[in-house]
Design a protein around this ligand. Structure first.
Ligand code: SF4
Length: 126
């Protein structure tokens, strides 16, 4: 029997191994993806010019555009928006693949080496 891990409880996540991703529904793309202004520029969602804009105005604009769902004032990081079903905004609904894969932010590239439980992944079979 396949046990679906609880995204909010990393103790239920299985140990990551190569090949796991091929059979997965991309549940890592339901975790909160925190990005910086530099990441958003690299993702071509902001421009270099936007660096000069006060954070509160950037937050207002990015929320209006549906790109972010939250801003952490202390860390200066933005959380990418997720759909009602929990998927990241950029995850393909049909193919379960990242639509901006080549421009995905460091937090996504580093998973599962870095995160709530390094080396473990909230893997869910297709
Ligand atoms: S940006 Fe791409 S890799 Fe990162 S969480 Fe969203 S869909 Fe997944």
């Amino acid at each position: 029997m396949t046990v679906t891990p609880n995204l909010d409880d990393p103790t239920t996540w299985p140990l990551f191994h190569r090949g796991m991703c091929q059979r997965c529904q991309a549940w890592c793309c339901r975790l909160p993806a925190e990005v910086t202004v530099a990441d958003l520029i690299a993702m071509e969602l902001l421009t270099d010019f936007d660096r000069q804009e006060p954070a509160r105005l950037l937050v207002k604009r990015l929320k209006k555009q549906g790109i972010i769902e939250h801003f952490h004032e202390k860390s200066g990081k933005f959380t990418l928006s997720r759909r009602a079903n929990g998927d990241c905004l950029f995850l393909g609904e049909e193919n379960r693949r990242c639509a901006i894969y080549n421009k995905r932010p460091p937090v996504c590239r580093q998973h599962p080496r870095v995160g709530p439980r390094p080396g473990f992944c909230p893997h869910a079979e297709k």
